[in-house]
Structure formats: structure tokens, C-alpha cells
Ligand binder design. Structure first.
Ligand SMILES: N[C@@H](CCC(=O)N[C@@H](CS)C(=O)NCC(=O)O)C(=O)O
Length: 218
């Protein structure tokens, strides 16, 4: 399989984790979002939406796209270990938690939105970072509210094994890291993110661990 992605891409990170938890490997082909490679005709042929991730599962077949749809495909084609719990209600809860991070929060800080803020409204870098922090924080607050009040929450979002909601929560925590948002006001979210970070499938998928990422620290 070929995973079109980018070191910094939060959505690609979700697919990296899902593949790894399922014991599957994909060769990652970088699409340099900071250089605008998502707009190149060669990549638009892969994903006309101009966004990563895009997963080519077999030669010649159109790529799968949208990280949550890819995670659902993984779940259906490779059920073990499961990313979703048993029972319709539990599955709805996990999908809803995942969507808070992946659908309500993350899209507001993707490169095309940051670029539109700069080009259409004259926002400078600090203002754009402030905007991104705001929406990541809104996502963290919504997750915290749901997780803290629900007895289904365990060491992870739903019980004591990581799944789809944890993948998305961990991706939100990675956004918080990139935009320097302190997650300590959200202790349940921060605790689950820390437990995810102790699992290699999660840790190895983090933006700063990818080839091409800037080397930070000594
Ligand atoms: N909802 C999509 C988001 C895809 C997306 O926006 N990906 C970002 C990187 S995380 C991207 O490629 N953005 C390109 C751009 O904004 O120009 C998913 O979960 O796959």
C-alpha cells in the first residue's frame, strides 16, 4: 500500500496509527503541504480534494481518502484488533468522540484555512496561531466534557483499550503540540493522550518522528 502523507499532517497521523495498530505497513510518499505540493496536477490526480492522507490499497485503484473513512475501511477489512467497541450505542459514542477531534476541531487549522485567513483577511502568523489554538482548545474542552462525565471512559476513551476515538484524541493532542496549546486544563484528555504516547503505534506516528520533520532539541 502507498500512503500519500506529510510529516506534519494530523490526518495522515491518524491513518499511520490505524495501520500500525492493525499490524499493516504502507510506504509513505511525502506531499509537501508547506510547499504547495497538494495543488500539483500529479497529486490532484491522486486526490482531487488536494489533501492528505490518500491511501492506494492496490495498484491502479483510486486512492481511499478522508482519514476516518480509511480507519473504517481498515476496521471492516481487518477486524482484529478492533478500533470500535461492540454494540451500536458504544460504537456511536466512539465515532462521535472521534468526530469532535477530526471533524469539528481539526479542519479549522488545516493549511488551506490558515492560508485563507492570511490572504483574505490579512491575518499574521501570531493571529493564525491564536486561531488554531482556539479551535484545538474548543475540541479539547468538548472531549473533556464528554469523557469526564461518562462511566464508559476508562484508561482510554472507551474502556481500557485504545481505539478510533483515541486515535483522534491523540491527533488533537499533536495539534496542541504543534500550536503550543497547554492541555493541562483538560486532565482526562491529557491523561489519555499520555497513555497513547506510551504505545509505540501512537508514538511512532507523531509528526516530529517522521522523515522530513525539523529536528528539534539536542
Ligand atoms: N478531513 C480530512 C482532512 C484532510 C486534510 O485537510 N488534510 C490536511 C493535512 S492534515 C491537508 O492535506 N491540507 C492541505 C491544505 O489544507 O491545503 C481527513 O481527515 O482526512
Amino acid at each position: 500500500m502507498i500512503l500519500h502523507g506529510f510529516w506534519r499532517s494530523i490526518a495522515t497521523m491518524r491513518v499511520r496509527i490505524g495501520l500500525s495498530l492493525k499490524g499493516l505497513a504502507a510506504e509513505e510518499v511525502p506531499v509537501d503541504l508547506l510547499a504547495g505540493a497538494q495543488h500539483a496536477p500529479e497529486f490532484r490526480a491522486v486526490n482531487p480534494a488536494g489533501a492528505v492522507p490518500a491511501l492506494v490499497t492496490e495498484p491502479g485503484a483510486p486512492a481511499l481518502f478522508q482519514s476516518l473513512a480509511i480507519l473504517e475501511w481498515l476496521e471492516e477489512t481487518q477486524p482484529d484488533p478492533p478500533l470500535l467497541p461492540q454494540g451500536a450505542r458504544a460504537r456511536a459514542r466512539v465515532r462521535a468522540l472521534a468526530l469532535i477531534a477530526a471533524a469539528d476541531s481539526h479542519p479549522l487549522s488545516v493549511p488551506r484555512v490558515r492560508r485563507a485567513l492570511a490572504e483574505r483577511f490579512g491575518a499574521d502568523e501570531p493571529a493564525i496561531a491564536d486561531w488554531a489554538r482556539h479551535w484545538v482548545g474548543q475540541g479539547a474542552a468538548a472531549l473533556e466534557g464528554h469523557l469526564a462525565r461518562d462511566p464508559e471512559t476508562g484508561a482510554f476513551c472507551h474502556g481500557d483499550t485504545p481505539g478510533m476515538a483515541d486515535i483522534c484524541l491523540f491527533s488533537l493532542a499533536a495539534s496542541a503540540g504543534l500550536f503550543r496549546l497547554d492541555l493541562s486544563p483538560f486532565p482526562v484528555v491529557a491523561g489519555i493522550a499520555a497513555r497513547c504516547a506510551a504505545i509505540e503505534a501512537f508514538a511512532a506516528a507523531q509528526p516530529l518522528r517522521q522523515p522530513g520533520a525539523p529536528h528539534l532539541g539536542s
